[in-house]
Design a protein around this ligand. Structure first.
Ligand SMILES: Cc1cc2nc3c(=O)[nH]c(=O)nc-3n(C[C@H](O)[C@H](O)[C@H](O)COP(=O)(O)O)c2cc1C
Ligand code: SF4
Length: 810
C-alpha cells in the first residue's frame, strides 16, 4: 500500500505535471479534535484518487468518447454477416410435386384438414389489393394448373392446355416478371391443405414467387372427388379459426368447366355446374380474385375451341398483371352476383335511372353561376354571340374551318365570332357528374358508356329488344355519342341537368379519328373491368373485344357533331353497324347525313303544343324543324332503314293523339314504328317537369294504343302491322354483312336490299321476346309480370309496327 502511495505521489512528476498538494502538520485530526477520516491513511488514499480524477477527468472523458465513436464506426462499416444457420426450410410444392403424384389418396378418404393461420376479428378488413401497388417485390409468376378427371377427357385437355400455355408464355414478355414453368396437378393426388388452405410456401430460391391458379374441371352429377374438393373449399371458407379469404395472396385464379350439353343442355339443367360451384368458392377464398370469367366447353362440340379462347384470355391477363402488378381495376363489389344489374344507363329505358340530387343541385348552381359568368346554356347564347372573336385566330385552322359548316339555327350566326371553349372541360361539374354516372368522356364533347344490356348479355342474361328484332347482340354493341350536347330538354330525359344544351355548335371540335379511337378504348376498358363479375361468360367476354354495333344515342344529339358523316364512315370501315337516333330538330344536318344502318327519329308528340310541352325545345321554330325532318326521312326511307321512335307519356302525348301519330307516319313513311312507354326516373328535374309514376302507361294501355295506331294506319291505306303478330312472317332482322357489302360497292341501294332472316318465333308477340339460349334473371323486387311499361322489362315493352313481308319485298 505504501508503495502505491509513493507511486501515486510520484505520478504528477512522472507525467510532468505540477500538482499542489495540501500540507498539514496534523493530518489525522479535525480542528475540533475529532479524528479526521480524510486525514487517516485511508482518507489520504481516497483524496489522492480524487485529486487524480480531478486532474485527469478531461483527458479520460475525451478518450472514452473517442473510443466509443471509433467502435461504432467500425461496427457500421463492417459488411453484413452471412446467415450461418442451417435450419431446415419449408418444402416447396414444386419439389414436392413428383412426390405428391406418387401418393395417391383415396378420393373420398382425405386426411382431416390441418388448420393454419389465425382467423381475424370478424368485420376486420381483409387486404384485397387488385391494383397496381400489389407488386412491391414479386418477380416470378408460378401458374398451377389443377384438374380432375374420371374418364380421362379433362386430363388429356389439361395436359395439352398446360403444354400450349407453356409455349404461349415463352413467346411473350412479361416485363420484369419471370414466368416459371406452369405445373400440372391432379386434384386426386394432391393434399388440398398444401394449396387450398393457404397458397403454397415458395422455395427459398423462389421466395418472391406469386401463384396463379387455373382449374380445369368436368362436371358429374354423381359423387366424385370433385364433391370432396368443393366441400373442402366450402369448409375452409366457413372455418371460424381461419381467415375467410386465406387464398387472397394469390395473383388470381380462373376456372374452366367441361360438360355435355347433350345431357345437360343449359346451366339451369346442370351444364358445367361443378365448375361454376368451384368458381364461387374460389372467389370467396381469394377475396374476389377471379382473373378471367369461367370458361365452359361442351365436350361433344366446342370444348377445345372454348378452351383455346380461354387460354388466350388468361395469357392477356398475365400480360396485364405483369404490367400493372395486379389484376387492375374491376367492377366494384364484383363478388356480388347481382351487382352489375344495378348499374343504369342504356339507350333503352330502364327504371330508376337517377341523377343523384347532389349532382343536380350542383349543376343548377353551376348554371346560376354560369349565367353571370357566361357559361354554356342556351340562355347565354345571345350574350355569347356578342363576344369578340379575338381568340379565334389562335385556334388550329382545322377547327375553325369545320365550324363554318355548323350552324344549325339557319339564322346566319357565325360561331367563329365566339370564343371557342371545350363543351365539357375536365374541370367542369358536368364532367364530374357524367363520369360519376359511368360515362367515359372522350376528348371534350364525346362520351361512351357500357350499357346494362351489354353487361346482361355478357352474363348470358339476355340482350336488349334490338336483338329480337334486328339481330343486335348486346355484348357486341357500343353505346356512344360524339355530342354530349342537345337542343331539347325533354321532360323524361334523365340526363338533362347533367348534359350541356344549346342550339348551335359553339365549342371546340375534336377530330373524328380521335373520338373513334377514344370511344372504342373507353368501351373496351369498361368491358375489361367486367371480367371478375360472377357469371360473365368467357366466350362472350372474348367476343366483346370486337365491337359489331354502335348505338349513337347515349346522351345529347349525335348529328350535332360537325363530322358525324366522317365518324359513321369510320364505324362502317370496321364493319360496325350504326343505329343513330336524332331528335328531329336539325333538318339540314339530317339531310346531309349519309346512310347509316338504321336511322331513328324521336317522335315525342303528334302536335305542336304537345311537342313543346314534352320536349321543351330550345329552337323557337321547333315544329317547322320537326316537320322538315319528317319530309327528309320520307326521302331517306328509300335509301336506308328508318324508324319512328315513340315514347308514350300518359297525360302528355297519348290521349287522343293516335290519329295525329298516324298522320305523322303517313308523312314520314318510316320502315318501322317503335312504341315504348316512358320510364320514370324520379329525378328532381322530371318532378319539376310535372312527371310522376302516374305518367307511366300500363301494358294494357300501351297495347290499346298500338292496336289503335295500327287501325288508324290501315284506315289510311298504309300496310303497316304489329310486327309481333303471328299472322305474318316479319323480316325485321338485318343482314349486316350485306349492308357493308352494299355500302362498299358505292352503288345506290334500298333498305330492302339488306333484310335478313325472318324475325325469330320467340320474338313474336306473346312469346316473351327472350332468346331461349339466355337465362332470364329478374332483378330483386321486380314484378315478373307485364304490369307496366318501363318497369325494367324493356324488351317486352317495345312494340315495333312495321310493314309486312309482302310490303317489304316490294
Ligand atoms: C355419370 C356422368 C354424369 C355427368 N354429369 C354431368 C353434368 O351434370 N353436367 C355436365 O355438364 N356434364 C356431365 N357429364 C359430362 C362430363 O362432365 C363430361 O363427359 C366430361 O368430359 C367428363 O370428363 P372426364 O372424362 O375428364 O371425367 C357427366 C358424365 C357422366 C359420365
Ligand atoms: S342497342 Fe346497344 S346500347 Fe342500346 S340498349 Fe341495346 S345493347 Fe345497349
Amino acid at each position: 500500500m505504501g508503495g502505491d502511495k509513493e507511486f501515486v505521489a510520484s505520478l504528477p512528476k512522472r507525467l510532468g505535471l505540477n500538482v499542489i498538494w495540501p500540507s498539514h502538520n496534523k493530518p489525522h485530526q479535525k480542528p475540533n479534535g475529532e479524528p479526521d477520516m480524510m486525514k487517516s491513511p485511508e482518507g489520504s488514499l481516497l483524496r489522492e484518487w480524487l485529486a487524480l480524477w480531478h486532474h485527469f477527468r478531461a483527458f479520460i472523458l475525451i478518450s472514452t468518447f473517442l473510443v466509443l465513436v471509433i467502435v461504432r464506426t467500425v461496427v457500421r462499416l463492417r459488411p453484413a454477416r452471412q446467415k450461418l444457420s442451417d435450419s431446415p426450410r419449408s418444402v416447396s410444392p414444386a419439389s414436392k410435386d413428383s412426390a405428391s403424384s406418387n401418393r395417391k389418396a383415396a378420393s373420398g378418404n382425405l386426411p382431416p384438414k390441418r388448420v393454419t393461420g389465425v382467423r381475424p376479428i370478424r368485420g376486420a378488413a381483409v387486404a384485397r389489393n387488385h391494383g397496381t401497388n400489389e407488386s412491391t417485390a414479386p418477380s416470378k409468376i408460378q401458374i398451377l394448373v389443377f384438374f380432375s378427371s374420371l374418364t380421362g377427357n379433362t386430363e388429356k385437355s389439361a395436359t395439352e392446355f398446360t403444354r400450349d400455355l407453356r409455349a404461349s408464355l415463352r413467346s411473350i414478355t412479361l416485363g420484369s416478371w419471370e414466368s416459371l414453368e406452369p405445373q400440372l396437378h391432379d386434384l386426386s393426388y394432391i393434399d388440398y391443405d398444401d394449396y387450398f388452405v393457404t397458397p403454397p410456401k415458395s422455395a427459398e430460391s423462389h421466395s418472391d414467387t406469386k401463384y396463379f391458379y387455373l382449374l380445369l374441371l368436368p362436371t358429374y352429377n354423381i359423387d366424385t372427388v370433385l364433391n370432396t374438393f368443393t366441400a373442402h373449399l366450402q369448409e375452409t371458407h366457413n372455418d371460424f379459426r381461419i381467415d375467410t379469404a386465406p387464398l387472397s395472396s394469390l395473383l388470381g385464379y380462373s376456372v374452366f368447366g367441361f360438360g355435355d350439353r347433350g345431357g345437360w343442355p343449359s346451366e339451369q339443367e346442370g351444364f358445367c355446374s361443378q365448375a361454376l360451384e368451384v368458381d364461387k368458392w374460389m372467389a370467396k377464398l381469394t377475396g374476389k380474385k377471379r382473373a378471367f370469367p369461367v370458361g365452359m366447353g361442351d365436350v361433344s362440340s366446342d370444348a377445345s375451341e372454348r378452351l383455346n379462347e380461354w387460354r388466350s384470355g388468361i395469357v392477356d391477363v398475365l400480360r396485364e398483371v405483369a404490367t400493372n402488378g395486379g389484376l387492375g381495376e374491376g367492377v366494384a363489389g364484383s363478388g356480388d352476383a347481382l351487382e352489375s344489374d344495378e348499374d343504369v344507363g342504356s339507350c333503352e329505358p330502364i327504371d330508376s335511372q337517377t341523377v343523384p340530387d347532389d349532382i343536380e343541385t350542383r349543376e343548377k348552381k353551376r348554371r346560376r353561376v354560369g349565367r353571370t359568368a357566361g357559361v354554356d346554356d342556351v340562355e347565354d347564347l345571345g350574350r355569347l354571340l356578342q363576344k369578340s372573336s379575338d381568340k379565334v385566330a389562335d385556334e388550329p385552322s382545322y377547327q375553325n374551318a369545320d365550324l363554318m359548316a355548323v350552324d344549325f339555327t339557319g339564322h346566319g350566326k357565325n360561331p367563329q365570332s365566339e370564343q371557342l371553349k371545350e363543351m365539357v372541360p375536365k374541370s367542369s361539374p358536368t364532367y364530374t357528374a357524367l363520369t360519376k354516372q359511368g360515362y367515359t368522356i372522350v376528348g371534350s364533347h364525346s362520351g361512351v358508356k357500357i350499357c346494362r344490356w351489354t353487361k346482361s348479355a355478357l352474363r348470358g342474361r339476355g340482350s336488349c329488344y334490338k336483338f329480337s328484332f334486328y339481330g343486335i347482340k348486346s355484348h357486341l354493341c357500343m353505346e356512344t355519342t360524339p355530342s354530349l350536347s342537345c337542343s331539347n330538354k325533354c321532360v323524361f330525359c334523365w340526363r338533362h341537368g347533367t348534359n350541356p344544351v344549346g342550339t348551335t355548335w359553339r365549342w371546340k371540335v375534336d377530330p373524328p379519328e380521335k373520338i373513334f379511337e377514344g370511344v372504342k378504348d373507353g368501351h373496351y376498358k369498361k368491358i375489361k373491368m367486367m371480367r371478375g363479375v360472377p357469371g360473365i361468360r368467357a366466350d362472350r367476354f372474348a367476343e366483346a373485344f370486337r365491337i359489331r354495333h354502335c348505338a349513337l344515342s347515349l346522351v345529347g344529339e349525335p348529328i350535332f357533331y360537325p363530322h358525324i358523316n366522317e365518324f359513321t364512315a369510320l364505324l362502317h370501315k370496321e364493319h360496325i353497324s350504326s343505329f343513330l337516333v336524332c331528335n328531329a330538330q336539325h333538318p339540314d344536318q339530317l339531310a346531309a347525313l349519309k346512310p347509316v344502318t338504321q336511322l331513328y327519329v324521336s317522335i315525342d308528340a303528334s302536335n305542336r303544343e304537345s311537342l313543346r310541352r314534352i320536349d321543351r325545345p330550345l329552337h323557337r321554330d321547333f315544329w317547322e324543324r320537326f316537320q322538315r325532318c319528317l319530309d327528309i326521312l320520307r326521302e331517306k326511307r328509300f335509301r336506308q332503314r328508318t324508324v319512328f321512335r315513340l315514347t308514350l307519356v300518359k297525360g302528355f302525348n297519348v290521349e287522343d293523339e293516335v290519329e295525329g301519330y298516324a298522320g305523322l307516319v303517313e308523312k314520314g313513311l318510316p320502315c318501322f314504328v317503335e312504341v315504348k312507354g316512358v320510364t320514370y326516373c324520379g329525378t328532381s328535374s322530371s318532378a319539376g317537369a310535372g312527371l310522376t309514376m302516374q305518367n307511366v302507361p300500363f301494358y294494357e294501355e300501351m297495347s290499346e294504343f298500338v292496336v289503335a295506331l295500327d287501325r288508324a294506319l290501315k284506315k289510311r291505306g298504309l300496310s303497316y302491322g304489329i310486327a309481333a303478330e303471328h299472322s305474318h312472317r316479319w323480316h325485321t332482322i338485318i343482314d349486316y354483312s350485306k349492308f357493308f357489302e352494299l355500302l362498299e360497292s358505292g352503288k345506290e341501294f334500298t333498305p330492302e336490299d339488306y333484310i335478313g332472316q325472318p324475325t325469330p318465333e320467340w320474338a313474336n308477340w306473346g312469346n316473351g321476346g327472350f332468346d331461349p339460349a339466355d337465362t332470364r334473371v329478374y332483378r330483386k323486387g321486380k314484378n315478373k309480370g307485364n304490369t307496366a311499361f318501363g318497369e325494367g322489362i324493356t324488351m317486352e315493352s317495345d312494340v315495333p309496327i312495321c310493314r309486312s313481308e309482302d310490303e317489304g319485298q316490294r
